[in-house]
Write a protein that binds this ligand. Sequence first.
Ligand SMILES: *Cc1c(COP(=O)(O)O)cnc(C)c1O
Length: 494
Amino acid sequence: MKEFAGSTGLVLNEPLLFEKGKKGRSAVSMVRRDVDYFPVSEELTGAGPNFPDLCEVEVVRHYTRLSTWNFGVDTGMYPLGSCTMKYNPKTNERQACLPGFAGAHPLLPDELAQGLLKMMFELERFLAEITGMEAVCLQPAAGAQGELAGMLLLHAYLKSKGRKCAKIIVPDTAHGTNPASASLCGFAPVTVGSNERGVLSLEAVAAAMDEDCAGIMVTNPNTLGFFEENIRGIAEIVHSRGGLVYADGANMNAVMGIVRMGEIGIDVLHLNLHKTFSTPHGGGGPGAGPLCVGKKLAPFLPIPRIAREQGLFRLSSDFPLSIGKLHAFYGNVGIMIRAYSYILSLGPELKKASRLAVLNANYVKERLRGILHLAYDRACMHECVFSDKLQAPLKISTLEIAKRLIDYGFHPPTIYFPLVVSGALMIEPTETETKEELDLFVEAIRQIVEEAGEKRELLYSAPLRTKVRRLDETGAARNPRLTFPFNDLAGKNG
Ligand SMILES: *Cc1c(COP(=O)(O)O)cnc(C)c1O
């Protein structure tokens, strides 16, 4: 057995910039000033922050040291269920940095942005092909914005038929953003429970679907890691009562090139390019949540749309039924370039990526069987959900297991979600982990569970090896310290 990565070694402490520096210091490679001196602090900010004077190497070390405190997929396994924290091939980063793309100004006229527009046009076609949908809009800047746009489409479509609905069905296994997006658009979410297999039954949907329901918003594969196997029948029921089917496709990593959503009754679907299609994410960084629709919703898509006329690409706003604009310019283009590069470089191998993601999740599920309690004992898709039921008699909960994993060098999985499983641990290993790494992860959990018997106190105070020990999360939320340290530290500089 290989050794755990753990978390020891030369990790340097670093104070705030305001605690460093000395009056009059500056960088060696600053460009020579060619405008008049203008003092920042007094003129612009009144009393003003007392900016520290630092030399170049102090600034470089400050940020470089902070960067070594980061944990990401390039550092270690990050099995955060529902988030698809998979390795993003570096070639896709390189393509996004090509000067012609990275330097393109958003106000360029269409004639001077043909390459960029062509890339976006083709990406729309790729995503339409992968999802089996008719038309795609790349504009939404996040999965949740795609959902909101999708709800606005449903609303616009129903309105065009002279209808207005007050409700929408949302299963209890939906991602939390689903009911939020629905209510932001004025639809009251009606919760429908999943069955003993962790999926929706036809009967449950039939009982909830009435004329006042705009349709259903279903995460597929759902947050328990199961494919909604009754989706065709569900779509038939919803359609026969005048509703539409929205699918949250953020879990597409399980079914790329395998399931064409347009062919199983889905009317509208969003993807998360920053999960499935190669953009590093987390911490609220830029995202892209393209909206893919069938024929009947296409006229309502946001503008501008990318049109092709006589071999030229242009942004067209000539869509009278459109719900309007969602985002400045055309969304987060850098993420589209990564997705385009990812899809072109993998081609038919996209399907293999999904198969490996499913294989890895099932491998972890089988290896952890008996160590942790399996919430639903059946084959899963890209993620598997356990609970702390077996550890509860020892008074060890999901939180302790998650925190202790950090000491073993793993990012914890998603915890206490999905809500339908009490004390959930939701593990999504992704396709890019090796068998050795998965084995180490399983071994870490096995050892932690063993510690739960003999070293309970240790688990209560984990993580022990990190720079910051267990945080009082409730305290941080209830008593946030919002004052910037300018005032406290102003006197210390110099
Ligand atoms: C991540 C996720 C979302 C939300 O996407 P954001 O880009 O974070 O807004 C929605 N649904 C599912 C299933 C997700 O995993």
